[in-house]
Design a protein around this ligand. Structure first.
Ligand SMILES: Cc1cc2nc3c(=O)[nH]c(=O)nc-3n(C[C@H](O)[C@H](O)[C@H](O)COP(=O)(O)OP(=O)(O)OC[C@H]3O[C@@H](n4cnc5c(N)ncnc54)[C@H](O)[C@@H]3O)c2cc1C
Length: 317
């Protein structure tokens, strides 16, 4: 019996799983987090809400557009702003879209895969929670350093060389709750407002929060330089960086999210990698040949998930 195990429930894993299940193949997903979505992340803040990973997505391929149109029809997604490559948002926060995509899938959360083995013609995924999940085929979707960690714990002779060429940059995100509404620009997103801040998003203006909650994304250089500093020092430094944009007196609360693997610095121009027979690695870092953007994003994750699923179904996309 064919049974596919997918590690990771971000856009890549959820897309691959849906494709396989549609084709009648048994599939299950494992994720170390307590919820699905990966970098499609939303947090409650008081009575409000904040997206603190991906804020929006753009669409360049017909394949993705078809599904996005369906999500719009199901009232999960809407256009946020922009005419040329419009920015689409999830109506109830990015994580709600992940939950909607996961609703008919077999998902096990709070399962951290530690190592993998191959015995009697099947793969075994061993979790930190002392469970073993068996599958005939595997798709790994975490950022490549996390896949390498799993492979390094394993006796499998998988070819890691291609994974080692991928480099990720970190991102420090502050989630800031304000006492009162402070509007920003036309849509609630301010891009590159200073030499250290990559963007500021006002979630009340974006329409996902009842109260005034902002996400502040520090840029790559700042995030890389300060990543390992203590949380209190970081929050103090970020408050200092944003005071021109969000007055210190307006701040009710501030919290930090550290994404160690946020964006891919160097992508691969192939939609997935087969590192052992029936063991694929997919994700936003893997771009299809026709993708000329050269950068990772939700759409590249979606397309990589689709291609990996097609490969296991014997199709070639
Ligand atoms: C701060 C930030 C801002 C961004 N902004 C945008 C944006 O505006 N627009 C856009 O298009 N893209 C944006 N992106 C990129 C986008 O979020 C990603 O391209 C996309 O979500 C990647 O999906 P994925 O499924 O490939 O990986 P992920 O979403 O990272 O999923 C991988 C999953 O694997 C799980 N995992 C890892 N290790 C293990 C293990 N050992 N066992 C079990 N599970 C494991 C993780 O918990 C995670 O859920 C942003 C990303 C970040 C971090």
């Amino acid at each position: 019996m064919r049974r596919v195990g997918i590690v990771g429930t971000g856009m890549t894993g959820l897309t691959a799983a849906a494709e396989l299940q549609k084709a009648g193949i048994e599939v299950f997903l494992l994720d170390k987090s307590k919820s699905v979505g990966g970098r499609m992340a939303t947090r409650r803040v008081g009575d409000g809400r904040a997206d603190y990973g991906a804020q929006f997505f753009t669409v360049r391929s017909d394949e993705f557009q078809q599904d996005v149109n369906k999500w719009i029809g199901d009232k999960e997604v809407k256009k946020w702003f922009g005419d040329h490559h419009p920015r689409y948002q999830s109506i109830n926060g990015m994580n709600a879209l992940a939950k909607y995509l996961a609703k008919d899938l077999c998902v096990y959360v709070n399962r951290k895969v530690q190592t993998i083995d191959f015995q009697n013609g099947r793969y075994q995924l061993y979790t930190e929670e002392n469970e073993i999940f068996e599958a005939t085929d595997i798709i790994f979707t975490p950022p490549s350093p996390q896949v390498i960690e799993i492979l390094n714990n394993s006796k499998l002779q998988a070819d890691q060389s291609i994974l080692k060429t991928l480099k990720f940059s970190p991102c420090l995100v502050a989630i800031v709750e304000l006492y009162k509404e402070v509007p920003y620009g036309d849509h609630g997103q301010l891009t590159n407002p200073s030499s250290t801040i990559q963007r500021i998003v006002n979630h009340q203006q974006k329409g996902i929060s009842k109260t005034s909650v902002f996400s502040v994304y520090m840029n790559k250089d700042w995030s890389e330089k300060h990543f390992d500093e203590h949380e209190n020092e970081l929050l103090w430094a970020i408050k200092n960086e944003i005071k021109e944009w969000i007055g210190a007196n307006h701040i009710k609360s501030i919290q930090l999210k550290k994404w160690r693997y946020a964006e891919v610095k160097r992508v691969l121009h192939q939609p997935f990698a087969e590192i052992m027979p029936s063991l694929l690695v997919a994700g936003d870092a893997f771009l299809r040949g026709e993708d000329v953007t050269n950068h990772s994003r939700l759409e590249s994750a979606y397309l990589s998930g689709k291609s990996a699923a097609a490969e296991l179904m014997g199709k070639n996309i």
